[in-house]
Design a protein around this ligand. Sequence first.
Ligand code: GLV
Length: 337
Amino acid sequence: MPRPKVYVTRIIPEPGLSMIKECCDVEIHNSKEWPPSREELIEKVRDKDGLLCLLTDKIDAEVMDAAPNLKVISTYSVGFDHIDIKEATKRGIYVTHTPGVLTDAVAEFTVGLIFAITRRILEADKIIRSGEWNKPWNPFFLVGPELKGKTVGIVGFGRIGVAVAKRLSSFGVKMLYYDISRRWDIESILDVEYADLERILKESDIVTLHVPLTKGTYHLIGEKELKMMKETAYLINTARGPVVDTEALVKALKEKWIAGAALDVFEQEPLPADHPLTKLDNVILTPHIASATIEARRRMAELAAKNLIAVLKGEMPPALVNKEVLKVRPLEQVKMI
Ligand code: GLV
C-alpha cells in the first residue's frame, strides 16, 4: 500500500511532526506564524489522505470537496468550530481534536486573568513604567476586590470549567456553575452549585466562560446578559470570542454596567490595535494564549499526530469528534498503514 499523503498547515512542535513523518509522506506549510491562504489550502489537500490543521484554518465543504481522498482531519486544538463537522461526517471523514492535554494550561491562565483583572496587576505595572508612581504609599491606591468570599460563576462545566473550579476551590469562593448537563459527579466532590445562566449572571462577582462555540453559544453573552450582571462584576473569556457579543461588551465596559473584563479570545482575531476594546482601561486583553505553555503545546502536537496516524492505521483515534462517522465509513475502510 502507498504511504498516506498528509498536509500539515503549520510547523507544529516536536515530536508531533516526526511522528507523522515516520509513517506518512508529509507536505507542510513551512511557517510557524502564517497559515496557508485559502487557495493554497484547497490546492494542497487535493491528493491528501490526511490533514492536520489549526484553529485558523476554515475547513468547510469546499475544502473537503477539493480532497476526495481525505480520510482524517486532525485539528491541533480542542475547539473544532472552524471545521464543518456535519459535512465531514457525511463524507466519511474522521475529525479529531486535542482535549485534555491543554486543560491545565487554560485553567491556570484563567485563574491568572481573574487575579490580574481584579487586583489590577497590568494597570499597576503601567503606572510604574509611565512614572505615575510618584506619591508615597497610600491606603486607597490601586485597590481591588479580594477573591475570598466572592461568588464565581462558571459557564460551561466540561474539562476546563471543572479544572478552573478545582483551582478556585482553595481560595474560599462560592462557586456556581452552568452547563447543558448537570455534573452530579463533580458536585459531590467539589463545593459547586448548579444554577441557571440568569442566576449566575445576577449573583456572580466573576463570570468565567468555558463553553465551546456552537450555534447555541454564539453571543450567549449579549446586552441583556451583561445588564443582568452586577456593576462590580468581572467577565473572563478564555473560550471563544463569538460567545460574547463584542459590541455589547464594549458598551457595558464604557458605561460601567460591569467592572471589567479579561479576554483572551475575540470575534475578530488578531484584534486590531485600534479596536474599541483597546481604548478601555477596565479590560485586559491577551492574544489567544490560554493554552500557551510549552508542555501543553507539545502534548497537543503529540495528540494531533496520534489521532491522525490512528485513523490512517484503521484504529480508533484517542479523541474522535464525530463518532457517527464510524457508521458512515468504518475504520477498516480508511486503513492505509
Ligand atoms: C484553543 O483555543 C484550542 O481550541 O485549542
